[in-house]
Ligand binder design. Structure first.
Ligand SMILES: Cc1cc2nc3c(=O)[nH]c(=O)nc-3n(C[C@H](O)[C@H](O)[C@H](O)COP(=O)(O)OP(=O)(O)OC[C@H]3O[C@@H](n4cnc5c(N)ncnc54)[C@H](O)[C@@H]3O)c2cc1C
Length: 603
């Protein structure tokens, strides 16, 4: 057996975003020896980019808010496909997780009387997002790092795990390489937590950074865990669209929460034209009422710009398709208009949305305090992921846990903005705690040396091949395919075509070759990432074909309405013993009666 750099820990955490760091904090506090692995430098995970805030029903700005309203909002937003137990835990526990973050040093924006300030966001009935301007993720990561560093977990930055190894049924290790030197590392552990984030890089236009190639989803799937809800990919309605080099970069929903409005090229606030039945009772009847809502009038209802993301994204697409789009194929998002309503509007906007101000000034030469932004949908978030037990976050594979964006359950068919950061805190903590318990009760598993040898051989193949395929070209073709054929609006014929492309691209990925040596070879890294990207892309496409209806983020042009027949089931996929993907419809578990009552009350 080749000598690898070998590490041994109780708990191995793959991912150093909010979910991974919160899990590491908890597992360490429970006395476990913990390793955290991250593809990029510590502090650079996706979470750092989060802008708008953390959803938690603290009721600081509107005392009518409580966990029951948050629970009902989350279930409604997820079109009742969310795991109700996760939605319950999330709504009940997120306020404590936010206060804990504050106690560890996070400096949130404040109300006049010194409490954590909360802002409006799409789909949340009351102002609920604890925030730090529009840089909330940065503060969250900084706080978790500062706090965690004193607990003594080991961090392996710029390391990538390429496969999980098992001892019998149970998880035993992660195997990967360090990006700088290209050496292989074996991380043996009694429990493993996946916290690898999303899959956005499977698409061409995305708010996600280079790291989000669906690794955790694919690692879990190939290790035998079930994935769920993979047809539900969230397209955020407002990404930058111009200039082309910045296309996809997120424009936070916080802009709309602060009073920003959407208009088409004729200046019309088109969102008033189409209010979904589930939200009719909660949506403003006039522009005037919508404005009052954003300014904290408790008697007003939310403006239609703050409807759920799936709906807003589709309305924007409709405006563009019907010829009412902006010059570069989007619509206008206008926050500058608030100068008609409040004095010192420019200063107010800069204070509330500092990153947005700088982003547009520097990248597009637009001053958002004076002129509207051009925006359009961008691939943003993955609702689907590893199916986990709601309380412990353990997957079907004993000892393998998942939390954050790579886990499924909380968000169902559509995530509400702000519910991801709270998800990371609530379920990151739970995953860390239960992984530490699992590690206490189980010894290290033995790694099969033959399997290890095969993994190494597979990883080195791109250097040995004299093939003609370039890894970047294959990745770009895949991104085009997913964008064009499995995007915001889906049709059977196009998705079947996408499957053909994916099949061809899989074959191409097996001919990919790379030059140079193993030291910081990004071509090699991309060649290895292709395996994950192709796995998740195929699963997304097949699941989307299965769901012959439109629900939440999944819109089928050939089945444009919701169908009750599919309304009580999730789609799960696992790898069969023959290596093929096996899809299964699984009925959503019956909701506890007291929670059903909450839903009824909040209608
Ligand atoms: C621009 C932007 C703004 C957002 N704003 C908000 C917001 O205001 N509120 C909100 O609730 N949500 C927001 N979101 C969503 C939210 O930020 C993410 O869903 C969340 O941060 C994901 O956190 P995570 O811990 O699951 O994973 P991430 O933060 O994505 O971290 C994943 C980690 O896994 C590591 N990793 C991945 N694969 C491997 C591998 N193979 N080996 C080793 N390490 C690996 C990565 O290096 C990284 O460290 C926003 C997202 C974006 C893109």
């Amino acid at each position: 057996m080749t000598e690898y750099v070998t590490h041994e820990h109780d708990v191995l955490i793959i991912g150093a975003g909010g979910a991974g760091l919160r899990a590491a904090v908890e597992a360490s506090a429970c006395g476990a020896r913990v390793a955290v692995i991250s593809k990029s430098l510590l502090g650079k995970a996706h979470t750092v980019m989060a802008e708008g805030g953390i959803a938690a029903a603290m009721g600081n700005v509107d005392d009518r808010d409580n966990w029951r309203v948050h629970f009902a909002d989350t279930m409604r937003g997820g079109q009742y496909l969310s795991n109700w137990r996760m939605a319950e835990l999330h709504a009940k526990e997120s306020p404590a997780r936010v206060r804990e973050l504050e106690a560890w040093g996070a400096l949130f924006d404040r109300t006049r009387d010194g409490r954590i300030l909360q802002r409006n966001f799409g789909g949340h009935r009351y102002p609920r997002l604890a925030h730090v301007g529009d840089r909330t993720g940065l503060e969250m990561i900084r706080t978790l790092q500062d706090h965690g560093i004193h607990l003594g977990f080991e961090v392996f930055m710029e390391h990538t795990i390429i496969t999980l190894l098992k001892a019998g049924d149970r998880i035993a290790a992660g195997f990967g390489y360090d990006r700088e030197r290209g050496r292989f590392h074996l991380f043996r552990a009694k429990a493993v937590v996946l916290a690898t984030g999303g899959i956005g890089r499977a698409y061409k236009i995305t708010s996600n950074s280079w790291e989000y190639t669906g690794d955790g989803h694919s690692l879990a799937y190939h290790a035998g865990a079930a994935l769920m809800d993979m047809e539900f990919v969230q397209f955020h309605p407002t990404g930058m669209i111009w200039p082309p080099s910045v296309r996809g970069i997120l424009v936070t929903e916080g802009v709309r929460g602060e009073g920003g409005v959407l208009r088409n090229r004729n200046g019309e606030r088109f969102m008033f034209k189409d209010i979904p039945p589930l939200y009719v009772n909660q949506t403003a009847n006039s522009e005037e009422e919508g404005w009052r809502y954003t300014q904290g009038d408790k008697d007003a209802k939310r403006p239609p710009e703050l409807l759920t993301r799936d709906h807003v994204a589709r309305c924007i697409r409709r405006e563009v398709r019907e010829g009412r789009g902006s010059p570069h194929g989007g619509v206008f998002l206008d926050i500058a208009w608030i100068k008609e309503r409040i004095p010192n509007a420019a200063e107010h906007i800069k204070k509330k949305l500092p990153s947005m101000y700088h982003q547009f000034k520097q990248l597009a030469d637009i001053d958002i305090t004076q002129e509207p932004m051009e925006v359009g949908p961008t691939t943003h978030y993955m609702m689907g992921g590893v199916r986990v037990d709601a309380d412990s976050q353990m997957s079907d594979v004993p000892g393998l846990f998942a939390a954050g964006e790579c886990a499924a359950g909380l968000h169902g068919a559509n995530r509400l903005g702000g519910n991801s950061l709270s998800d990371l805190l609530v379920f990151g903590k739970r995953a860390g705690e239960y992984a530490a318990v699992f590690a206490r009760e189980n010894p290290l598993g033995e790694v099969n040396s033959q399997e290890l040898g095969l993994a190494e051989k597979w990883a080195l193949q791109p250097f040995e091949r004299k093939g003609s395929e370039n890894p970047y070209a294959v990745q770009h073709k895949l991104q085009d395919t997913m964008q064009e054929l499995v995007g915001i609006v889906r049709r059977e014929q196009e998705m079947l075509q996408a499957l053909d492309h994916i099949r061809e691209l899989k074959a191409a990925s097996e001919r990919v070759s790379v030059d140079g040596n193993r030291e910081y070879n990004t071509g090699w890294h991309t060649a290895l990432d292709l395996h994950h990207l192709l796995t998740v892309s195929e699963i997304v496409t097949r699941a989307a074909l299965e769901r012959k209806e439109s629900r939440g983020a999944h819109f089928r042009d050939d089945f444009p309405t919701k169908d009750d027949h599919f309304g009580n089931s999730n789609i799960a996929v696992r790898k069969g013993t023959d290596g093929e993907m096996q899809f299964r419809w699984e009925p959503t578990p019956a909701m506890r009666e007291d929670l059903q009552q909450v839903i009824q009350e909040m209608k």
